[in-house]
Design a protein around this ligand. Structure first.
Ligand code: 5GP
Length: 190
């Protein structure tokens, strides 16, 4: 998506070869019109796929996921992070290892908001190693819902996330695909 690539070139900060900061328009301060356009683009790509719900992981996926859900006119489910494991019969639960924060956390979803009739699109801000998306998949599949795909704003294609998801039969749609980064240097896949 040209709009996003231009914005990343203008305001994104490549900290090093691994980390891109987009705090001024996605992660800390949000550009609402850009976010709305990105939501519409994702909704457009997945239209006529019978999607009943959009799901995301709190917290940085909420803005793009909400815009996508609004454009599709379906509910948004937020998979919630909890620091400790407290077993609860009303929840689906799975443990996630966060490489960026080097911690483990529990991802949870209330059984009330999902069932086997749901066809779910997962939306997140970044795809890197694919750990967060894989955990979301694992959790959603516990409910026997089916998965329509994964949409992300920014894919770091030099990391293994896309392959990991596609190997599980998941369609991956990314609005901007970065093939290479270095300090103050960003290269996109056309
Ligand atoms: P993954 O599980 O695919 O490795 O990474 C998932 C999460 O890590 C993303 O949802 C995002 O919040 C965060 N993340 C990974 N790489 C980056 C990055 O380069 N910049 C920012 N801002 N967040 C990242």
């Amino acid at each position: 998506m040209k709009l996003l690539e231009d914005k990343i070139r203008q305001d994104g900060i490549a900290v090093n070869e691994h980390i891109l900061k987009v705090d001024s328009f996605i992660n800390h301060q949000i550009d609402p019109l850009l976010m709305q356009e990105m939501g519409k683009d994702i909704a457009n790509h997945f239209q006529n796929k019978g999607i009943t719900k959009v799901a995301t992981i709190e917290s940085s996926g909420i803005a793009p996921a909400l815009m996508t859900a609004a454009a599709m006119n379906v509910p948004l489910i937020i998979l919630k992070k909890q620091p400790s494991k407290i077993l609860n019969q009303d929840l689906y639960q799975t443990v996630v290892t966060s490489f960026t924060k080097e911690t483990n956390y529990e991802l949870t979803l209330s059984k009330k908001y999902i069932n086997d009739n749901d066809h779910v699109l997962i939306v997140d801000d970044f795809l890197a190693n694919g750990e967060a998306a894989t955990a979301a998949l694992r959790l959603l599949r516990m409910s026997h819902a089916t998965i329509a795909g994964l949409a992300v704003l920014i894919e770091k294609s030099f990391q293994p996330g896309r392959d990991k998801l596609q190997n599980q039969g998941i369609e991956v749609y990314a609005l901007a695909r970065i093939s290479k980064m270095a300090e103050n240097y960003i290269e996109f896949i056309p």
